[in-house]
Structures are given as C-alpha cells and as structure tokens.
Design a binder for this molecule. Structure first.
Ligand SMILES: NC(=O)N[C@@H](O)C(=O)O
Ligand code: NI
Length: 165
C-alpha cells in the first residue's frame, strides 16, 4: 500500500477538481438587504442539467471514518457536479483525481477543518464522503435519469493518515 499525503485545501490547489465554497475575501462578496447581510456570491458552478437533470439539495448525516483509512476505490458522476458543505466546522477529507481516464498516480487528498465546502466538478473522480467526526453536510448534486455513477477500484490502495492541523 502507498501513503497518500494530505494537503490543506486551497482554491488554487483544488482548482483542477472544482470549487472551494467559503465566505472569505477571495470570494466576490457585497452587502445586501440594506447592509444587514453580506452575500458571498456565485461560489461554485452547479452543473446538473445534462440529459434533463435537475438540482437536488440533500443533507448527508455522516458518521466518522477511522484513520488511517485505506482508499481502495473512487467514483465519479459523469452527468453532474456534487457539492458538500459541512453544517458545522468538523474535519473531513476530500480524496480526488482529475476527470477522464483515472490515473492512480494522480490521486490527491485534501483536509478541511474550518467549515469550508467543496464542489466537485462533473466527472471528477472522488472517494465518497470522508467525515472524520460526525457531521451533517448540505449536498447539492444532480437528480434525473441516466447513469450518474461510475466506480473504479484502485490497483493499489492508498492509505490516508492525518494528524490534524
Ligand atoms: N452516494 C452518494 O450520494 N454520495 C456519493 O456520491 C459521495 O460522493 O459521497
Ligand atoms: Ni459522489
């Protein structure tokens, strides 16, 4: 087995895989509602309309995974994006690989512990949700006809360890 290094999530590092959903100064934001609210605008590209799809808003009540975790498979959604926004600032991991033919050497792992979310672009390979503490996530992804799930077993498992931080 090979150890997968965990990287801190940044917009730049995650750009090949999708968007970071965060109310920070990198986002376009402006006051609304007579200045009583700040709008962090258009944070992620929701891409769900292929083949007549529609947007779904769901809550995933995730139980914690145990570390070290063996990543043995990845999945992708060829017809739509998938966004995960934690409803509390609990730690989770995002394991991804670029869309297209899966190259096991291109698998990367990111850690998030401050409440930021991610939007996986359509077709990006990823491991199903990897919460490290029990946490609810708001999930925006595609509903509709057609096959929106491909899975791939990795030839060699990747072990993810994370000491936090
Ligand atoms: N199964 C499901 O709806 N969720 C997965 O796609 C996932 O990425 O967690
Ligand atoms: Ni998924």
């Amino acid at each position: 087995m090979q150890v997968l290094r965990v990287e801190p999530l940044t917009r730049t590092a995650f750009a090949p895989f999708g968007d970071v959903i965060a109310a920070d100064d990198e986002a376009h934001h402006y006051p609304i509602n007579e200045g009583t609210t700040e709008r962090y605008h258009d944070l992620a590209r929701v891409d769900v309309q292929a083949d007549g799809g529609r947007a779904l808003i769901s809550i995933f009540r995730a139980q914690p995974r145990v570390l070290p975790f063996e990543v043995r498979m990845l999945e992708r959604h060829p017809l739509g994006s998938q966004a995960f926004v934690p409803l509390s600032a609990k730690p989770y991991l995002v394991v991804v690989a670029p869309a297209g033919a899966l190259d096991p050497a291109s698998v990367r792992a990111f850690s998030v512990a401050d409440g930021r979310g991610v939007n996986l672009a359509r077709g990006v390979w990823h491991h199903p949700l990897l919460a490290l503490q029990a946490c609810d996530f708001l999930v925006v992804d595609r509903g509709g006809a057609g096959n929106n799930l491909d899975e791939c077993v990795l030839p060699v498992a990747r072990v993810v360890e994370w000491a936090g931080g």
